[in-house]
Write a new protein. Structure first.
Length: 350
């Protein structure tokens, strides 16, 4: 990877490589764009196979946050951070050291919890910086509202692709049963959907089978199921040239970030197959909406109004893609970039 060329090409403003010996910590903070406001994005802790893999992940995730905020009409920019470590290696000192790096940015970057980082961990980060969100969980945490946003996005896709207003009787395959995936299963069950689930953790699949009559399938079988909606809710980069040809579902609508291994190539492949893809940073925007509203003072009515905009925004994106004969991924990028450009022009005029 050509570091500076990659950062320049993706449009990042700043990438901070964080290292400390005592305690030992290796982390990357990526600030993509602050045109709409300070960069906002959660921190994930993961044992990446290489530093290049970690950098690729944080660059894509931070860019996605910029587009996510713009599509959600939230006045913040996009950022993201990764801590390269095994979850078993978590210590108070590690999170406090990381908090000092966040503090050094003096509010250009505001963070919270992501993969392998708990609200308790975020409170440890907060010992060293005030630029964190998600410690109070006034609304019950980001997972339920993220799942509700995915449910709304799924309904928009079903309306556009299948001409139906209901999920009752539809078959939905959910890949990944973490906090968001499990909540989504509950909401889908309550809507009358027929569930197919997979996860590497058997206790999660057994729970969904017991609570929601879900049919459990092996991880490598989830792609080829004859279902109406495929919902990726695990880690990113899971849709690639090997498994996309197996997909029978006419709709992909899930909570995972960076679902497409190659965004340009694989969004084109999905379109050519007649599959309606819900851009991940649009449909999973509920988590950002949640923590932003907690940051400014939680107003449930306002937060849920913003959440329901996911439905309308996706319908707008589907319409743009259809009219301009482009992918939904390209359409969502254009919508986000137009909103960012308008914000820049407004700032200049002011």
């Amino acid at each position: 990877m050509q570091l500076f060329e990659t950062v320049k090409e993706m449009g990042h403003e700043q990438v901070l490589f964080c290292h400390s010996k005592d305690p030992d910590i290796t982390a990357i903070i990526a600030i993509h764009d602050t045109s709409l406001g300070p960069a906002m994005g959660a921190t994930r802790l993961f044992p990446y196979v290489s530093e290049e893999a970690a950098l690729k992940d944080v660059l894509r995730l931070s860019r996605g946050m910029t587009y996510k905020a713009a599509c959600a009409n939230i006045p913040v920019g996009g950022g993201k951070a990764v801590i390269i470590a095994n979850p078993q290696e978590k210590t108070d000192g590690l999170f406090e050291a990381y908090g000092r790096f966040v503090e050094s940015l003096q509010g250009r970057f505001i963070t919270g919890q992501d993969v392998n980082v708990t609200p308790q961990d975020v409170r440890k980060i907060r010992r060293q910086t005030s630029y964190v969100v998600g410690t109070s969980e006034k609304s019950g945490g980001p997972a339920p509202i993220t799942a509700q946003g995915v449910l709304l996005g799924m309904k928009a896709a079903v309306k556009f692709k299948l001409g139906s207003q209901e999920l009752n009787g539809l078959k939905v395959a959910v890949q990944g049963l973490g906090n968001v995936g499990s909540n989504l299963c509950q909401y889908l069950y309550e809507q009358g959907a027929e569930l197919y689930v997979t996860d590497v953790r058997s206790e999660r699949t057994e729970q969904m089978e017991r609570l929601y009559n879900a049919r459990v399938v092996a991880p490598d079988e989830i792609y080829a199921l004859d279902v109406d909606v495929f919902s990726p809710c695990a880690m990113g980069g899971i849709l690639n040239s090997s498994n996309i040809p197996l997909i029978k579902a006419p709709i992909i609508a899930g909570a995972a970030n960076n679902q497409l291994e190659n965004e340009q190539l694989h969004s084109q492949v999905l379109t050519s197959m007649g599959i309606l893809y819900c851009p991940d940073y649009v449909i999973n925007g509920g988590g950002l909406i949640n923590v932003y509203n907690e940051m400014i003072g939680y107003d449930e009515v306002k937060a849920f109004k913003q959440l329901h905009n996911i439905y309308d925004t996706l319908l707008e994106i589907f319409g743009i893609a259809q009219k301009q004969e482009i992918t939904t991924f390209a359409a969502s990028q254009r919508l986000a970039e137009e909103r960012i450009s308008k914000a820049k022009l407004k700032a200049i005029a002011a």
